[in-house]
Design a protein around this ligand. Structure first.
Ligand code: SFD
Ligand code: AMP
Length: 627
């Protein structure tokens, strides 16, 4: 076995991940842990300042309810999410996040985030729930607060360590194992409670950007399904594994569209078909009540555009020039004011991308795009797993203690595994939390995890012989490489192993062709899912044969294995749900209609740690009375 040092870290609370939800968890947990003399340890596979989805920054805070200004109520937000998720949402969790999110946003401002203000000193809204920010350094600001809180409480921050497997003591979490991505160290974390906040997953499906652009995506390449893998392998019940997210984005550099639709009030059209939201309006009748209330759910907005794309009427365009001209038109009688407004709009348009998706600004520049003069192509991306945005996949977690929710078996945000909590993209059916809501959810879970430790915590019982076996398995790709690398003239072609990139291509091809990726126009069926699962069982066998020449490739190998489990949970749940509830995200061609009678319910799954079998189950929807 590769000669890597084993480092054992003992802690009370282990926070896995360092993104928005994990930073929220750390900030809050450290506060309570300090009072109780407990240790908090946060482990991130990257560097906290620039890790996760917000690495590049963001240009808006997408969840702000605005209760103090009387703008909206928490109940309004619950209705909005119910509607956008086509009736499938955990209203107790959405409610809980919505009632805490404003205070989180106020903390962000206190920590130094610049939120746009108007002449009256009020926040500038992008849309009803979204606030405009100068967000290039958003992640650094939020990370700084988490770091300070951890340091103040005498906790530990460990960067560049990749968490692989959970450690269990029966149905109780006991810690995790991982490895250094820069140093040859194998880590064993022993903990009384664990929070999984390792984001969602990208590159499970073949991206549109292949060849020279391979790896480019809307979602950050560093998030590879670790939260899903960790909770599934711990034996936790999972929910909404079928609810992937397909964002429509500026084509090829994946620039977000929110500011264009909401702030600039732009239209999207198809080149030959016109305004698809109007021309295909009648299709929305099939998805009542969700299709008939504004805002039209994200998947249905996608769907109406896809109708034109499928008919060969593309490309789709964002009418940027028209939108900018429309706003500036109010100054048309004053040439000086008009010119000034045009400059301001132009800089806002560029800043939107420079704050959040720099590659889009570079693509615009390289293609001589002037948004005020010329429209830009948009397209539906490959599917991602991001339960915090407009997808919903994640673990099935316990609801808040003060609501009469039927989903309550312990501490808020605790999974069905004792002491294991899930947050952000890691917790399911509570979408539209975005950056701010994920942080708020992290705070909720951080406090609850400390409460769990105080009330029920016991010294973690870790079987070190089992850990030694895990170490052998986790480092095996290095051993395979060392043993066989000299057997062929090209070390990347070898009958004894395959390289992580080769494995990744195989996974992506499978998902693309059988599970409704870009190449199959997001369509799949029972037969395709079943064949996909058959091929996946062989892929999983071969996952044992991935080789890695260094720690960097070892990370790539384990990212792939984690993606594969996310992929399997996804196909199994699409297969289980015999209807098409989210056209525009995916289509079950053999059951093309929405079927509220049989499927207005959660589709949950659970992997059995003892037998290795998957169990699929329906769970009832609970709506908050009177909302
Ligand atoms: O415009 C391991 N999001 C937006 N949210 C907003 O509020 N406003 C926006 O403007 C947003 N836009 C946007 C967004 C996302 C992306 C990718 C783009 C644009 C380009 C959504 C939010 O970013 C998202 O909701 C939150 O970040 C979710 O938080 P969280 O904590 O669930 O995930 P994370 O922040 O990505 O952090 C994940 C962390 O886990 C680490 N990690 N650590 C250890 N071991 C492993 N094995 C690990 N695997 C991952 C990561 O390093 C990271 O620290 S817009 O498009 O809508
Ligand atoms: P996006 O840039 O697409 O991630 O969107 C940012 C925010 O705006 C999210 O809260 C979206 O749900 C919302 N949004 C984007 N486009 C629209 C639209 N056409 N109508 C309503 N809300 C939208």
């Amino acid at each position: 076995m590769a000669n890597w040092e084993t480092v054992v870290v003992e802690t009370d609370l282990l926070i896995c991940g360092g993104g928005f939800s994990a930073c929220g968890a750390a900030t809050e947990a450290a506060y309570w842990a300090k009072k109780k003399g407990l240790k908090v340890t946060l482990v991130d596979k990257a560097a906290l300042d620039r890790s996760g989805a917000v690495a590049m920054g963001l240009s808006a805070i997408n969840q702000y309810v605005g209760v103090k200004d009387g703008e909206n109520t928490v109940e309004d937000y619950v209705r909005y999410v119910r509607q956008d998720l086509m009736g499938i949402s955990r209203e107790d969790l959405v409610y809980n996040i919505a009632r805490h999110v404003d205070s989180t946003v106020h903390l962000f401002e206190k920590w130094g985030l610049k939120i746009w203000k108007d002449e009256q000193g009020k926040y500038v809204h992008e849309g009803r729930w979204q606030l405009m920010i100068n967000g290039e350094s958003y992640k650094i600001i939020i990370a700084e607060a988490a770091k300070n809180a951890i340091a103040d409480a005498g906790g530990e921050l460990i960067e560049r360590v990749f968490i692989v497997e959970p450690l269990l003591d029966g149905n109780r979490i006991a810690g995790a194992v991982g490895f250094g991505t820069r140093e040859n160290k194998f880590y064993v974390f022993k903990a009384k409670a664990v929070i999984a906040g390792m984001g969602g997953a990208v590159h499970v499906f073949r991206p549109r950007s292949v060849g020279e652009g391979f790896g480019r995506s809307w979602y950050p390449p560093f998030n590879s399904g670790s939260s899903a893998y960790f909770t599934i392998k711990a034996g936790a019940e999972m929910t909404c594994q079928e609810v992937r997210f397909i964002p429509v984005r500026f084509k090829d550099a994946y620039g977000p569209v929110g500011a264009w639709f909401l702030l600039f009030k732009s239209r999207a059209i198809s080149a030959e078909g016109g305004d698809y939201m109007t021309t295909h309006k009648e299709v929305l009748q099939n998805y009542a009540p969700y299709g008939l209330v504004k805002p039209i759910p994200a998947n249905l907005r996608n769907y109406l555009g896809m109708i034109d794309v499928d008919a060969g009427l593309g490309p789709l365009y964002m009418e940027t020039a028209e939108a900018i001209q429309n706003i500036a038109a109010q100054y048309k009688d004053d040439p000086k004011a008009f010119k000034k407004k045009m400059k301001e709009l132009e800089s806002e348009a560029w800043e939107d991308f420079l704050d959040m998706t720099i590659s889009q600004a570079i693509l615009w520049a390289s293609q001589n795009v002037k948004p005020e003069e010329k429209h830009s192509e948009i397209a539906a991306c490959e599917p991602y797993f991001i339960g915090s945005h407009s997808g919903a996949s994640g673990a099935w977690v316990s609801g808040p203690e003060d609501l009469p929710t039927p989903y309550k078996w312990g501490y808020t945000n605790m999974t069905t595994v004792e002491g294991l909590f899930a947050v952000g993209d890691g917790s399911g059916a509570s979408s539209h939390k975005f950056s701010s809501g994920s942080h708020a959810e992290g705070r909720i879970a951080g406090k609850q995890a400390v409460k769990f430790i105080v009330e029920k915590g016991k010294a973690p019982n870790v079987d070190m012989a089992a850990v030694e076996k895990l170490k052998e398995r986790i480092l095996r790709p290095l051993d395979l490489w060392d043993k066989h690398k000299n057997e062929t003239t090209d070390p990347e072609v070898n009958t004894n192993y395959m390289m992580p990139r080769q494995y990744l291509h195989r996974l992506q091809k499978l998902m693309d062709e059988y599970a409704g990726g870009v190449v199959s126009a997001f369509k799949t069926s029972k037969a395709l899912c079943e064949r996909g699962l058959e091929l996946m069982s062989m892929l999983k066998e071969d996952s044992e044969k991935m080789a890695a020449r260094n720690a960097h490739e070892l990370t790539r190998a384990w990212e792939n294995i984690q993606r594969t489990w996310q992929a399997e949970a996804h196909i199994r749940t699409i297969l289980f749900r015999e209807e098409t509830r989210w056209p525009g995200y995916y289509f079950r061609s053999d059951t093309p209609k929405m079927d509220d009678k049989n499927w207005l319910c959660f589709a949950n799954c659970q992997w059995d740690r003892g037998t290795g079998e998957w169990k699929m189950m329906k769970r009832d929807i609970w709506t908050i009375p009177g909302v």
